[in-house]
Design a protein around this ligand. Sequence first.
Ligand code: 5GP
Ligand code: ZN
Length: 136
Amino acid sequence: MADCLFCGIVEGTIPSETVDSDERTVAFMDINPATPGHALVVPRTHSADLMEIATEDLAATTAAARRLARKMKSALDADGINVLNACGAAAWQTVFHFHLHVIPRFEDDPLKLPWIPEEGDREQIAAVAAKLRSDG
Ligand code: 5GP
Ligand code: ZN
C-alpha cells in the first residue's frame, strides 16, 4: 500500500534490520526499542489492524512471533517475552499496518505494567461479560 511505512520495509524500499522472514511475514528490529531486542513481526500483505487482517496472515504472524520469541530466549538469553498488539489509536497504535511487538524481557529490565491491578466490581464484570456473550 502506498505511503505505508511497513509496506516499504517489507518491499525493501525503507531500510530495516530484518531478522527473520518467510512466505507471509517479515520480522525486523523496532527503532525505538523498549528493551534490547524489541522486534516487530508484520504480514507481507497490507492490513491496517487486528480487525482487518486475514486469518491466515494472523496465524502466520503469530507463528513467526513465537519463532522469534524462541530465538530471543536462545540468542539473547531473555528471561521472558511479551507479545503485544495495539489495535486502534485509542489502544496506542501508531503505524496502521498490522504488527506484533515481540519484546524480550530481562529480570532487571525497567518495564512496568501499564495498569495497576485492582479487584473489579463483580456486578460490573458480570454485566460486561453478558454483553460479550450477546449476539449484538
Ligand atoms: P504501534 O505504536 O503502532 O504499536 O507500534 C509502531 C512501532 O513502530 C513503534 O514501536 C515504533 O518505534 C516503530 N517504528 C516507527 N517507525 C519505524 C521505522 O521507521 N522503522 C522501524 N524499524 N520501526 C519503526
Ligand atoms: Zn502496509
